[in-house]
Ligand binder design. Structure first.
Ligand code: MSP
Length: 673
């Protein structure tokens, strides 16, 4: 069997996992399950990253030791992975002894093979404890890094890794391994980062104590990224007496990570490994971010989404399906409960569940609770299935999960079309359970068997249950099971409850909104049991239809000045409008227009052009450097032939627009709400 080693990032333990972490482990699990059933000898690793300043500080804030915090959070991680059906083979904690041995061995090998590659030097610079990384001066503005995280000035005597020596070596390696980083766009970013010149990297810290003591110099701890990255080999026994697993599975086939940490995995990690005389991983795969209101979901932003309610209520499979179907792998995606519900009802309850129960019910009543007696090996459905299965397998290979799922749904639609075209109920009425009806229904059930063999890595439990209901072998989901013809004749089918019961979406959203708000306020749900309580805590207006209780109502005039309920918008609606601070980098009058100015705005991560009707009040030159508020997610529009991407907010009196004032200290890109 071919070894296949897949890893996720190891998650920090300063907080519970959120949807971004869940997504990553689900994707890794889908890959692992798929590879296993295709015959590979899979080793699937996940775990936790427990050292560093961030954890040290979080624990101090709670008045407990870092290891107490880690133990508590790790228990949550394990429980969550169990509830999501994550089939990992090993779970590594960086506080384990086996891991420390791996880190020591890596450093020892670097020092032995390339003695000058680790040296003691002086380090003065900025450190971001949020990302546990040193930040170049050029990326620091007003005490914050590019991601708006606070940075601190550090001045330490540190051990350095001679990363500068590895630029050309890495570039050669990238050339020889053109799919080392996927998707390709991310690889290009890595290559230009390396081409722009690498600086030596500080790999020890003295300012903190929560870490692995640096070998030979216990005043230092190993820099948390060097520590963390080594988990991928320490978990295989590297540095312990027994290297058998390491020899079998290293180099890893896939390090699955989010796009924010690609540099650590595609630049630092291979350089450390090369310095130690070890092989780099075969590929680093960077997935996109789950966003809320177009912002990365993260603890530091405070927009956490933990859809545990969805998992509690619907089980792991609908959630697993949703995240894999809704996010184009590699790109970012906005999370909303509403889109979960609509996909659940239309794709799962309706398309998948209904088709299954319809087919099984017919087989049950026309063929005495059994699969039909006559198989059929030459028909249109088989032809379609045999086109779709290879298409699906190719998408799985390319990690294009949304496309793989699309292919399955294509077959499902064909099955529905086939049922409608052949009207088995009519045929049964006319000529009973004859051979032809047997063939029609057998085809239908066989195509559905293939559907559920294909959904198995995504929805293991539901697929197992569906295969059982169909009279197929629920354990047979391997490569052979993907060929037409495995459904037995005369096997018992099971008519039972719907596989995916429909949800009343409106009722569900009303209940869930309360919960999401509570999470956004970072308070336990119990503290914010009613929508009124949670909106008040967030400083937001009460929702449409959630009137404040009479004793706490606003004074009469205020009430009258408010628009009637029917014309108010909900807070969700308001949040659909992405308001951002932007800085004017360039401005010029639009030729032949008295009102329009063309602005080049910096939004923290990119420049964009916005045309604004402010020329009657402002001169272009006085706008440079000014901060404005824009609607950032407006559809583009052409004004006097110029494409405008957004709208600058201004108060208008008799057609003269006055820009809103923004505190100049607010960095470009900050969300306004
Ligand atoms: N501890 C480091 C990783 C060390 S790996 C040697 C870390 N931890 S993390 O907890 O912050 O993130 C764990 C993984 O979750 C990372 O791959 C990260 O990219 C991913 N995500 C965190 N927020 C995310 C989203 N909002 N969306 C999708 N994934 C994101 O980084």
């Amino acid at each position: 069997m071919k070894p296949f080693y897949i890893t996720t990032a190891i998650h920090y333990v300063n907080d519970l996992p959120h949807i971004g972490h869940m997504y990553e482990n689900v994707v890794a699990d889908v890959i692992a399950r798929h590879r296993r059933r295709m015959g590979d000898d899979v080793w699937f690793l996940t775990g936790t990253d427990e050292h560093g300043q961030k954890i040290e500080r979080s624990a101090a804030r709670e008045g407990i030791s870092p290891i107490e915090l880690a133990d508590r959070v790790v228990a949550h991680h394990r429980a969550l992975w169990a509830s999501l059906n994550i089939s990992y083979d090993d779970f590594i904690r960086t506080t384990e002894a086996r891991h420390r041995l791996g880190v020591y061995e890596l450093i020892r090998r670097i020092q032995e093979r390339n003695p000058g590659d680790i040296y003691l030097g002086e380090h003065t610079g900025w450190y971001c404890s949020n990302e546990e990384t040193f930040v170049p001066d050029s990326q620091v503005v007003d005490g914050r890094d590019e991601n708006n995280h606070p940075v601190e000035r550090t001045n330490e005597r540190n051990y350095f890794f001679r990363l500068s020596r590895y630029g050309p070596i890495l570039l050669d390696f990238y050339r020889a391994n053109p799919s080392f980083v996927r998707p390709a766009t991310r690889f290009n970013e890595v290559i230009s980062f390396v081409q722009s010149g690498l600086k030596d990297l500080s790999v020890s810290r003295t300012a903190i104590s929560w870490g692995i003591p640096f070998p030979g110099d216990p005043d230092h701890v190993v820099y948390v990224w060097m520590d963390a990255l080594t988990n991928y080999i320490s978990a295989l026994g590297f540095g312990s007496g027994d290297h058998a697993r390491f020899d079998r599975y290293w180099p890893a086939d896939i390090h699955l990570i989010g796009k924010d940490i690609i540099r650590f995995h595609a630049v630092y990690w291979p350089a450390f490994l090369m310095a130690a005389g070890l092989q780099p991983p075969k590929s680093v795969v960077g997935h996109g971010w789950w966003l809320r209101d177009n912002q990365k979901i993260s603890k530091s932003t405070g927009n956490i989404v933990r859809p545990t309610n969805i998992i509690d209520q619907f089980g792991a499979d609908p959630f697993r399906y949703f995240v894999l179907r809704d996010m184009v792998f590699g790109q970012d995606s906005n999370y909303s409960d509403e889109s979960f519900l609509s996909r659940y009802n239309s794709d799962l309850a309706n398309d998948l569940g209904n088709t299954l129960s319809r087919a099984i019910k017919m087989s049950d009543s026309y063929f005495g609770g059994k699969t039909p007696p006559t198989p059929c090996h030459s028909n249109d459905l088989r032809k379609t299935a045999e086109e779709i299965v290879p298409e699906y397998l190719a998408s799985m290979e390319q990690l294009a999960f949304h496309r793989a799922l699309d292919s399955i749904w294509k077959l499902l639609n064909q099955v529905n079309g086939y049922i409608v075209a052949h009207e088995p109920w009519k045929r049964f009425k006319e000529s009973g359970a004859d051979d032809q009806l047997s063939r029609i229904l057998w085809n239908t059930l066989e195509a559905l068997r293939l559907v559920f063999v294909m959904t198995a890595p995504f929805m293991p439990d539901k697929s197992h249950a569906a295969l059982e209901r169909l009279g197929a072998d629920p354990g047979a989901i391997d490569a052979a099971a993907l060929a037409w013809g495995a459904l037995p004749n005369g096997a018992a089918v099971r008519v039972t409850d719907p596989l995916f019961p429909r949800i009343d979406a409106a009722q569900y959203v009303a209940a869930i909104t309360t919960e999401v708000r509570s999470l956004m306020n970072d308070k336990p749900v119990a503290e914010n049991a009613s929508p009124e309580a949670s909106t008040a805590a967030a400083g937001m207006a009460p929702d449409q239809g959630t009137a404040a209780p009479p004793h706490s109502g606003p004074p009469a005039e205020t009430t009258q000045a408010m628009p009637p309920d029917a014309t108010r918008v909900s807070i969700e609606h308001f949040f659909e409008i992405d308001l951002r601070v932007a800085e004017v980098r360039a401005a010029e009058n639009v030729p032949k227009s008295k009102k329009l100015i063309k602005l080049t705005l910096w939004t923290g991560d990119a420049e964009r052009t916005v045309v604004a009707g402010i020329a009657s009040k402002y001169k272009p030159e006085e706008l440079i450097g000014r901060k404005v508020v824009i609607v950032a997610n407006l559809q583009p529009a052409k004004l006097m032939g110029i494409e405008s991407n957004g709208m600058v907010l201004a108060a208008s009196i008799d057609g003269e627009a006055s820009l809103l004032a923004v505190d100049p200290a607010v960095p470009a890109g900050t969300k306004v709400k």
